[in-house]
Write a protein that binds this ligand. Structure first.
Ligand SMILES: Nc1nc2c(ncn2[C@@H]2O[C@H](COP(=O)(O)OP(=O)(O)OP(=O)(O)O)[C@@H](O)[C@H]2O)c(=O)[nH]1
Ligand SMILES: [Mg+2]
Length: 344
């Protein structure tokens, strides 16, 4: 039996191993992903992003518990991928994970994975995509992807989910951090967590006002440039717009989880009714493919152009002797196949 078959059969040790391979970008990992890929596309991917410390980990932990012990209906299988670009020795992810361990330990229907970025964030996006695919194939119904909404790359990772939660916490006065960070427009659902704190009502009002003023919609993102390809022929023309609801929670005391779960279920129903579910699926896969292609082309090219040539051309740009566009043309030309038997 191959390890991919073990993953499909729900064996946790196999899943853990495969995820480590994927994170380390090994050949075995790629092999496993190849076998698992046809079994993906069923999970509901939920991105969770927001400023550091707003309570994302606590919230996801509570939500995982909620779906495992729903007030009605069958328990759902839940996976959590925490993307923590900071060092594993700092930041709140460690604390959040410890809380998770306590509540959810021993439950085979829950799988939690923390990912620390090992290199460039572009690489992190790729390995996150692979990890999510493996979890999807392993049969988890909901996959939460937590990223700190501190940089564009992290936000992009969360945005590619079917449903994106932007988590806000009351700060001082009307200060809304998500607006400052420019991540409000990617929210399908806005969560005001720490609603037990003073200023929660002000934050809620500010967010609701913002939504009324500039009705955000994923249309602008999805219709942008070549992303259209993914939407072509899938999105329904007269689809109703989704107005992001603002949900109040207190992760600390387990309050508001039912409201949040209801909002997530409503959003899913909306995605399915409008064809947007498929659009997002395609956008995500197209983005994944293009990211990989970019990396592969870059690697391929670097392996074919002598380091000295690259540095010489770069230096010419630094000293303003060569415009960047001409530099690119020269660099591409340097990769042209050379005639045989000629000195290079
Ligand atoms: N008062 C209050 N505190 C909360 C609530 N939810 C979380 N916290 C606390 O806020 C702190 C940060 O919580 P985390 O869940 O680690 O927040 P996070 O957004 O995951 O943090 P990073 O991953 O570091 O960005 C912890 O001390 C939590 O106990 C809440 O609803 N009310
Ligand atoms: Mg966290």
């Amino acid at each position: 039996m191959s390890i991919a078959e073990d993953v499909l059969a729900g064996r946790r040790y196999a899943l853990s191993r495969v995820l480590t391979w994927i994170e380390n970008d090994t050949a075995e990992g790629q092999e496993a992903l190849r076998a698992l890929f046809p079994h993906t596309g069923r999970a509901h991917l939920i991105g969770v992003t927001g400023a550091p410390g707003t309570g994302k980990s606590s919230l996801v932990n509570r939500m995982a518990y909620y779906y495992r012990h729903p007030p009605e209906g069958e328990p759902r299988r839940v996976a959590v991928v925490a993307v923590d670009p900071s060092s594993p020795f700092t930041g709140g992810a460690i604390l959040g994970d410890r809380i998770r361990m306590r509540d959810l330990a021993g439950d085979s229907g829950v799988f939690i994975r923390s990912m620390a970025s090992r290199g460039a964030l572009g690489g992190l996006a790729r390995t996150t995509a692979g990890v999510v695919q493996a979890l999807d194939a392993a049969g988890f119904d909901l996959i939460f992807i937590e990223t700190v909404g501190a940089g564009q790359a992290e936000v992009d990772i969360a945005r590619l989910a079917h449903t994106t939660l932007v988590v806000e916490a009351p700060g001082l006065g009307d200060d809304v951090q998500a607006i400052k960070a420019g991540i409000l427009e990617i929210a399908d659902i806005l969560v005001v967590n720490k609603a037990d704190r003073p200023g929660a009502m002000a934050t809620l009002r500010a967010l609701t006002e913002m939504l009324k003023l500039a009705h955000p919609s994923q249309e602008t993102i999805m219709h942008h440039g070549q992303r259209m390809t993914a939407a072509a022929g899938v999105r329904k023309a007269d689809a109703p717009l989704w107005v992001p609801p603002v949900v109040k929670t207190v992760a600390l005391n387990n309050e508001g989880m039912d409201d949040l779960a209801a909002a997530i279920a409503r959003h899913r129903a909306h995605l399915e009714a409008t064809g947007e579910w498929q659009v997002r699926d395609r956008v995500r896969l197209q983005t994944e493919l293009e990211n990989m292609l970019q990396e592969a082309l870059m690697q391929h090219w670097r392996s074919r152009v002598p380091e000295g040539t690259y540095r010489r051309i770069l230096e010419a740009v630094f000293t303003r002797r060569l415009a960047p566009a001409d530099a690119v043309a020269q660099l591409l030309a340097a990769d042209a196949p050379r005639p045989k038997n000629l000195p290079t």
